[in-house]
Design a binder for this molecule. Structure first.
Ligand SMILES: [Zn+2]
Ligand SMILES: [Zn+2]
Length: 339
């Protein structure tokens, strides 16, 4: 609570005086198009947060508040147009923003798409191709559901999300699957619990594409690219691109790193797979390949709330300018010198 008061007060002072932009530049954020990332879009945040990782949720109402605030200050553009800015083909300097959604959840189709169409906002969806139309859930969602049921806080790990993140960041997908299998055999989860987590179908994606949205890749199975072999990373990056192109008859230029995790080898694999643009979830870039490590700001239901629990434009402004990065930014070391 005290932390929230400080955040609210600091945000008001910083955005009122332009200090948010200064703090952003100190923490390493650079100019260029603003690129925002969301995950699931739900009707009722509190209800969905009972089973889902809370920071992957935004309610439709909060999303609209975010978009309205951003739309008053930025011109919404597609990811292709953002790419033109990143490449310097579009040298205009007016503030522009692109909106993206990771993982390809079905609720994008049900909730976000009608809102985006009504507002004329061209967004992008990064899909996990093996899950499209498959009636299976993302590995992180299943792991979280299983861990949350048996979780007991301790000094090092205070929430089931922290436990999920630590397991995912420290293990290969095969290792995580083994953990899931063990927990599932002890206490299975009813199939109905998984339904809200299902992915889009190819038919939905075709409709989304025809509505003017961009479809990008988020690998085949949401692997953490730094934890897998070179061959697996190749299959995930090349395979997902090929499948989207074949299924939708469109060329795929854009890639988002699962969980925002990348290193030099991952960036090189994305380049070799033929992508033109790659998006992270922080402001760190690979100096050799800045277009393949374009910074993105992830937002969720509670990322722009003041001390009264209400939406705050001042805090959104600070998030956009990465003013909080100095305190709570990405701690990953992506590209070791000489790696
Ligand atoms: Zn993801
Ligand atoms: Zn980073």
């Amino acid at each position: 609570m005290i932390r929230n008061w400080i955040k609210t007060g600091a945000a008001q002072v910083m955005s009122g005086t332009g200090l948010d932009r200064l703090a952003g530049s100190l923490s390493g954020a650079k100019g260029g198009p603003l690129i925002i990332g969301y995950h699931r879009v739900v009707e009722d945040f509190a209800y969905s947060a009972k089973t889902s990782i809370p920071s992957m949720l935004v309610s439709l109402r909060m999303l609209e508040q975010h978009l309205d605030w951003i739309g008053q200050r930025f011109r919404f553009i597609s990811l292709d147009e953002a790419g033109a800015r990143l490449e310097g083909r579009d040298s205009r300097k007016d503030p522009v923003a692109a909106i993206t959604f990771d993982d390809g959840y079905r609720d994008f189709f049900d909730h976000a798409l009608p809102l985006l169409k009504r507002k004329g906002i061209p967004a992008a969806v990064f899909v996990v191709t093996d899950l499209v139309g498959a009636g299976r859930v993302q590995i992180h969602d299943k792991l979280y559901l299983l861990l949350a049921r048996r979780f007991k806080p301790n000094r090092g790990v205070k929430t089931p999300y922290q436990a999920t993140r630590a397991l995912i960041e420290g293990s290969s997908q095969t290792e995580i699957e083994a953990v899931i299998q063990t927990m599932e055999s002890e206490a299975p989860i009813p199939e109905d619990t998984f339904r809200p987590f299902y992915s889009l179908t190819w038919e939905m994606l075709d409709e989304i594409r025809r509505a003017g949205m961009t479809i990008g890749s988020h690998t085949r199975t949401h692997v953490l690219m730094t934890k897998e072999s070179g061959q697996r990373v190749r299959e995930e990056t090349v395979g997902s691109r090929k499948e989207i192109e074949e299924r939708l008859g469109t060329s795929v230029q854009h890639f988002a790193y699962p969980s925002g995790v990348f290193n030099r080898a991952a960036v090189d694999a994305v380049a070799a797979a033929g992508y033109r643009f790659g998006y992270t979830t922080c402001s760190h870039q690979d100096a050799r390949r800045p277009l393949l490590t374009a910074p993105r700001t992830l937002l969720w239901e509670n990322s722009c709330l003041d001390s009264h629990g209400l939406f705050s434009g001042s805090i959104l402004s600070c998030q956009i300018h990465r003013a909080f990065d100095l305190l709570s930014g990405c701690r990953q070391i992506h590209c070791q010198p000489g790696e």
